[in-house]
Design a protein around this ligand. Structure first.
Ligand code: PLP
Length: 377
């Protein structure tokens, strides 16, 4: 039987059309985009075409999109440049951010930046009054708020427009990690006052190892990687031409198919949610599962037991790929800083299911049967 992949928040399989366009780009664009001869100029033009495509999808200017190697680099660039170049001396963030943000914020704190964490409820929703109060603090230094659009482990979504507006009204810069939502929700930076946002191609059926950061044109930063004059002098290094073209192709396609896919994925998520409620006693859903949640993520807590302890491994043996508390970069399940922050001491076993338009109702039915067999017997 074919394996069932339900780990699309970790990464998505590359779209075959994207593979074809990347392969064609490899064959047709041999030049270095910085060279002034024809091969160089055509490669440069192809990169600028990709930049224009991405800028249009976000309603940004082309000069506001910078290509990077991944979402992690994009988040590092936004936060570190805001501190180094824009006079930010205080960051307000949340304990449930991805490590790409959290560890960067902690490093900046070690270097003297003041850090405050906004209060959250047990679903991971931030306390807007608390955020507003933190921003009102008289005499506080220049502040940047960094809050992710959707949490990658539990799916909880930020009221993006409201938070962006609040930050703008209070004179704070606003960075949002949109790695999980890029291509899944419409984002319009012309209507929403966002200073920085980030994307990573492998989360929307593009290639791994390429991402981008949007930097609002009002924020003039200095180079993040010193070297050549690539990316308008902000990030030295010969561009990942094939990756960039693949990323723009993937994002365009994802946005075109977004609404249709969303409807379909919601039916799969609902099927799993209801099925688990009916068949598995004592389960709970993490995050804001019945409210403002990313439709591609369902995080489930199974009551602690010898059987649930082995669930992740047994799913894999049964041909089902899902994530545990969190997939750390060493490959081990290192527990979850997100769940520790929201439900400290909870002994339950957490499994994150994350869906795509490639999954089917039959696959979900099989997951339900396997879960019941593994837990209930
Ligand atoms: C919310 C979020 N931010 C950042 C990242 C890091 O992205 P990348 O793998 O491209 O470095 C991820 C990937 O898991 C993520 O889910």
């Amino acid at each position: 039987m074919d394996r069932i992949y339900l780990d699309h928040a970790a990464t998505t399989p590359i779209d075959p059309e994207v593979v074809d366009i990347m392969a064609e780009t490899m064959r047709t664009y041999p030049g270095n985009p910085s060279s002034i001869h024809r091969e160089g100029r055509t490669a440069r033009a192809r990169i600028e075409e990709a930049r224009k495509e991405i800028a249009e999808l976000l309603n940004a200017s082309i000069g506001e999109i910078f290509f990077t190697s991944c979402g992690t680099e994009s988040n590092n660039m936004a936060l570190k440049c805001a501190v180094r170049d824009l006079g930010v001396k205080r960051i307000i963030s949340a304990r449930t951010e991805h490590h790409a943000v959290l560890h960067t914020v902690q490093r900046l704190e070690g270097e003297g930046v003041e850090v405050a964490f906004v209060k959250q409820d047990s679903r991971g929703q931030i306390d807007l009054n608390h955020l507003s109060g933190l921003l009102d603090n008289p005499g506080s230094p220049k502040t940047l708020v960094s809050l992710m659009h959707a949490n990658n482990e539990i799916g909880t979504m930020l009221p993006l427009a409201g938070v962006a507006q609040l930050c703008a009204e209070k004179g704070a810069l606003f960075h949002t990690d949109t790695v999980q939502t890029m291509g899944y929700f419409p984002i319009d930076v012309d209507k929403t006052p966002i200073s920085f946002l980030t994307g990573s191609a492998h989360k929307f059926y593009g290639p791994k190892g390429v991402g981008f950061v949007y930097i609002n044109g009002d924020n003039l930063i200095k180079p993040f990687i010193d070297g050549g004059a690539q990316e308008r002098n902000m990030r030295g290094g010969t561009e990942n031409l094939y990756g960039i073209v693949g990323m723009a192709t993937a994002l365009k396609k994802k946005m075109e198919e977004r609404e249709k896919q969303e409807k379909y994925i919601r039916t799969l998520r609902d099927q799993l949610l209801r099925g688990l409620q009916e068949r598995i006693p004592g389960i709970a859903f993490n995050g804001d599962a019945f409210g403002e949640s990313h439709y591609k993520i369902l995080s489930v807590s199974f009551p602690a037991s010898a059987k649930s302890d082995m669930l992740l491994l047994n799913f894999d043996i049964q041909g089902i790929s899902v994530s545990g508390g969190s997939a750390c970069s060493s490959g081990a399940d290192a527990g979850s800083h997100v769940l520790d922050a929201l439900k400290p001491g909870d002994p339950a076993t957490t499994i994150r299911f994350s869906f795509s338009h490639h999954n089917t109702a039959q696959e979900i039915e099989r997951v339900l049967e396997v879960t019941e067999k593994l837990l209930v017997g």
